[in-house]
Design a protein around this ligand. Structure first.
Ligand code: ZN
Length: 400
């Protein structure tokens, strides 16, 4: 009976099924005749007992796994990069380290997954990497030698949370440092909020290009089969609708203006790098990831208080706004640190600026981070009538 039905409600469904279709049911050992009141009573009693047992078992398992987590014991299936018992790093899988480094430098996880697949590197189960699969590996505390605990009762319906509190450190060989792991977990962790550094950009300079007439940041969009950046005029939005430029021309021009500047002033790259690293220094020192997680927790507490009727909707909304503001400040600091890393990567590459730009290490997100490190925005001026392409339309606003 406990195999067939886990809950009294399901049992009632089975009894209904029997009544309608005369389905006969045999349980191991005894046959229960659902057509008689006595048979149904037995079935219901057995069912309730099975349910009770299942609930107890669940509680017992939760207690055990909480205890195991506290002691830092390994659990579950083998994790990518470690042997089953976690005593050793599987060197063939240790390119996780490289992925972590590039993700921290601002590259998108999706781009990294594509790169792994292109190299013919598969997951443990022999599949192609997806963004989700790679993200799960990168944000696991395991790869930093630490144990985290994600109790089953913290699951949202159908979703295991991506991260949980760290319960033990230094339990097995680490593939990346706990500090890098904390940054990755902050960048790529739970939360439906899009972390800016985690966006992968279809248009290299969406939001970096600015309308040269009204000053609104402009985005890329396909228009009549060709990608353009366009100031869009919409009711209630700030755009003026007066500027549009072909994406390929505008991006190439922006790239050349920035690379030319870097090329012509030898000290510029170093100066920008120092500036970005100084700006990022504070962001790294006080564990922004932990602060973001703390804010997420407070958001949850607030939502729970509102659901329980302890605070009004208005109070909840006000407090949430404050927390959202704090979170976006911290996120922009995490972004600064991603930009500093991208710039450091670029500075470490060899060759002239254009060769570096074309280097396989420079993905779209890395290129974008490089440009964001150099300019506040890039203004797009109106076209001069009658001219095919006017390079002066693209005007970088340099970071002073
Ligand atoms: Zn405009």
């Amino acid at each position: 009976m406990d195999r067939l039905t886990r809950s009294p409600r399901e049992l009632e469904d089975v009894i209904d099924l029997h009544d309608r279709h005369g389905v006969q049911l045999a349980t191991c050992g005894s046959e229960i005749d659902l057509s008689t009141p006595t048979g149904r009573l037995i079935a219901r009693t057995l069912g309730a007992a099975a349910r009770h047992e299942a609930e107890h078992k669940g509680e017992r398992q939760r207690r055990q796994s909480r205890q195991a987590a506290g002691q830092g014991k390994a659990h579950g299936a083998r994790g990518y990069g470690h042997t089953r018992d976690r005593a050793q790093v599987v060197e063939a899988e240790a390119q996780v380290r490289e992925c972590a480094r590039r993700a921290l430098a601002g590259e998108s996880v999706k781009g990294l997954a594509v790169a792994l697949n292109d190299q013919g590197i598969l997951t443990m189960t022999g599949r192609q990497w997806t963004r989700q699969a790679l993200r799960a590996v990168l944000i696991s505390a395991r790869i930093s030698g630490r144990r985290e605990y994600r109790p089953t009762d913290s699951y949202q319906p159908g979703h295991r949370p991506l991260t949980g509190p760290i319960t033990a450190a230094g339990m097995w060989p680490q593939i990346i440092s706990p500090e890098d792991s904390d940054r990755l977990r902050a960048l790529l962790g739970d939360s439906s909020r899009l972390r800016p550094a985690n966006r992968s950009y279809r248009y290299l300079l969406s939001g970096v290009f600015r309308c040269g007439v009204c000053g609104t940041p402009i985005r890329g969009r396909a228009h009549a089969g060709r990608a353009r950046y366009q100031c869009v005029k919409q009711p209630g939005r700030p755009g003026c609708g007066k500027i549009a430029v072909f994406a390929d021309l505008a991006e190439a021009e922006a790239r050349d203006k920035i690379l030319t500047a870097l090329n012509e002033s030898p000290g510029l790259l170093g100066a920008l790098l120092a500036k970005q690293q100084a700006a990022a220094a504070g962001a790294d020192s006080d564990d922004p990831g932990a602060r973001l997680r703390a804010i997420d927790e407070r958001r949850d507490e607030l939502a729970a208080a509102w659901a329980a009727g302890e605070i009004s909707r208005k109070e909840w909304a006000t407090a949430k706004r404050v927390l959202d503001g704090q979170a976006s400040q911290i996120e922009s600091r995490i972004n600064r640190s991603a930009r500093a890393r991208a710039l450091a990567e670029f500075a470490a590459l060899t060759g002239d600026m254009w060769q570096r730009w074309e280097d396989p290490a420079m993905t779209t997100s890395a290129r974008r981070a490089l440009i964001e490190a150099c300019v506040i925005a890039i203004d797009v001026r109106p076209a001069t009538p009658g001219r095919r392409w006017d390079a002066d339309r693209i005007q970088p606003v340099w970071i002073a």
